[in-house]
Design a protein around this ligand. Structure first.
Ligand SMILES: C[S@@+](CC[C@H](N)C(=O)[O-])C[C@H]1O[C@@H](n2cnc3c(N)ncnc32)[C@H](O)[C@@H]1O
Length: 418
């Protein structure tokens, strides 16, 4: 059975992580921000996808993109749907992707469906379309994935329309809790968003084994039954620039044993405090069996006590420039970062097996409206002993995370040891 995934603000990042976990043949992008994934929905690990915002069950594919015909089809389907639901108020919402209809037109379609359903005697609440698709917060607070909820997704796929029903949206509260409530934070070393940390980890991971338990679980018509958390026994993730530990935190939640290190004692203390806090939460998302170890170490020379099976890290990003740097400032930042990261890649080479995957979030600098400055080491990856891993559904130059206005972007580099 196939699933539909709606991707986040930078869809290429979401496509690359899906490709890394499930392989290129399992993905069929159908619109800028939507992709059909040919993976059993009960095995799709939605909660670990940082680049996905909605997970949906495909209801049908219509051989039309005519708005009126779609409306007629949905009017009939809504009747059937309302009959299947338990008594009580129905919560309805519509999100469209790839259509040119305005939010108002989408809202009118929702109101049309509401009239049809109300004629059967059932009360209905329709979510307001401020945009042509509803946010995760609207889906959660509007109970659209609840037992009486129905968020319909209409995705234009060439001359066809994929009609799907949202089963789950990203858990924005859990992300906020893991991001903002961590006791030890330092804005100077940058704030890696947990979602980006998940993407970095997923890009360093090999395809998930098919028996991997999913955080989504078996789908019943309206709800999800989460399976128990998995533990990737024998798989050790290393973050050699762990800072306050966001990558370690997300990797541990996914079920990886973790080894973290940083040159700065203050940062290793922060990472330990944050992991202890996560473990101590009343309903901790961290599986009990997962081990975490944090050390103080210079990544350019240290010999780690255990051999990592995957490496995921946000490296030193240099100064957090608030405005375009001078040529001197930029050159200094590039040289310093290049030296540290190249030093790490050379040092770790002798300590890992051939084929070991590494994903590093490296700095890249916006030097003009259209131009980015990259680290020189990108041109000598092969010489240091690594192959760059590229993706079929996302180009290398799209794997750059950058918020509007930011000077220092994060370039995601995926490598495999030769
Ligand atoms: C951008 S921060 C990483 C932030 C981290 N992702 C987090 O969640 O807080 C980069 C880290 O690299 C560390 N670092 C810089 N040079 C290093 C080196 N040679 N070896 C190990 N760590 C180093 C810094 O102390 C800093 O904590």
């Amino acid at each position: 059975m196939k699933s539909l995934i709606i991707l986040g603000r930078q869809p290429a990042l979401g496509l690359a992580e899906l490709e890394s976990l499930y392989g290129p043949d399992k993905l069929k992008p159908i619109e800028d921000s939507a992709v059909i994934v040919d993976v059993d929905p009960s095995l799709l690990a939605f909660d670990r996808l940082g680049g996905a915002v909605k997970f949906a069950k495909i209801l049908t594919e219509l051989k039309t993109v005519s708005w009126d015909k779609i409306g007629d089809f949905l009017a009939q389907s809504s009747l059937d749907r309302s009959k299947d639901l338990a008594a009580g108020k129905m919560h309805l919402g519509i999100s469209v992707y790839g259509f040119t209809q305005s939010p108002k037109q989408v809202q009118l379609l929702g109101l049309k469906l509401k009239r049809v359903i109300r004629a059967t005697g059932r009360s209905v609440r329709v979510a307001s379309n401020h945009e042509d698709n509803l946010s995760s917060a609207q889906v959660i607070h509007g109970h659209l994935c609840g037992p009486n909820g129905w968020e319909l997704l209409l995705v234009k796929a060439g001359k066809q329309t994929v009609v799907a029903q949202t089963v789950k949206v990203q858990d924005i509260e859990a992300y906020t809790q893991r991001d903002r409530n961590r006791p030890a934070r330092d804005s100077k070393v940058g704030m890696l968003p947990p979602k980006l940390a998940q993407i970095i980890i997923n890009l360093s991971a090999s395809p998930l084994p098919s028996e991997t338990t999913s955080s989504v679980g078996n789908i019943t018509p309206n709800q999800l039954i989460p399976n128990s958390k998995s533990h990737f026994n024998g798989t050790l993730l290393l973050d050699p620039f762990c800072g306050s530990g966001v990558v370690l935190q997300e990797a541990a939640i996914m079920g990886y044993d973790c080894l973290g290190s940083d040159i700065d004692q203050r940062m290793t203390d922060y990472a330990k405090t944050n992991l202890d806090w996560l473990r101590s939460l009343p309903r901790s998302p961290l599986p009990k069996e997962v081990s975490t170890e944090i050390l103080r170490a210079d990544a350019t020379s240290y010999i780690w006590p255990r051999k990592p099976t995957l490496i995921a890290s946000e490296t030193d990003l240099g100064p957090p420039f608030g405005s375009f740097p001078s040529n001197y400032q930029l050159e200094t930042a590039i040289n310093n970062c290049n030296k540290i990261i190249r030093g790490f890649l050379t040092n770790i080479f002798k300590q890992i097996d051939s084929g070991t995957r590494i994903c590093l979030a490296l700095p890249a600098w916006q030097v003009s409206q259209t131009k980015l400055a990259h680290l020189p080491l990108l041109d000598s990856i092969e010489v240091i002993g690594y192959n760059r891993v590229s993706f079929r559904h996302a180009r290398d130059e799209q794997l750059i995370y950058r918020r509007p206005g930011q000077i220092v972007a994060r370039e995601l580099l995926v490598l495999s040891k030769k």
